[in-house]
Design a protein around this ligand. Sequence first.
Ligand code: 13P
Length: 250
Amino acid sequence: MRAKIVAGNWKMHGTRAESATLIDAIIAGLRADSAQCVLCPPFVYLSDAWRLLRGGSVALGAQDVCAETHGAFTGEISAAMLKDVGCQYVLVGHSERRALYGEDSQLVARKFAAALSRGLTPILCVGEQLAEREAGRTQEVVASQLDAVTGLCGVPALDAAVIAYEPVWAIGTGRTATPGQAQDVHEFIRQRMAGQDAKIAADVRILYGGSVKAGNARELFAMPDVDGGLIGGASLKADEFLSIVAAASG
Ligand code: 13P
């Protein structure tokens, strides 16, 4: 049985005070049997978040990482720095990074490797654009995003990682993949990995992301290959996020 994970990607939202209030409310609302929770605040609030989360069951994650270890890379944040401020997880290859900041799958693979090399758990985001889905290219796109990572790092590297399937057309649009659509792609991802390593394929957590809300989380998480969620907008409201965590728990 794969233990579910619910991760909140706060993106570029909130103030320092709002972040602290949100974290306090989430901690207060979690139950002993809650699913593993990961919070990914903006970089500048990571240290504050770590102080608030310290010693508890909620893990800290970052939204991005530099592929390089150190050096003259103005504005970038290394995996070692993330580790230093208490991160256990980091998103790599989020579609907003790919689309808005020109990150290609080769760079994403290098970021994935950088995260692993410092003992961070990368949450590798994959997913197709609407036009790609409509052209029947979903599997091809997702496969090539995955293959870039396994090509550089090897399939065994996925043992220490989490995958998030986030169809770009469902992100921030209120348009969610149906449970069946999500399951189809999750199953495809698992089967593709099973061709290379059956055990890793069976064990790896594959999260669904894209307009997950309290009202649709339960049916999505009921799918056999959906192992939790990567939540954007709904992770900014404590009650809504806690309901999603509850849908993944117990
Ligand atoms: P929404 O939940 O706001 O659609 O965002 C999903 C996402 O991009 C999480 O990384």
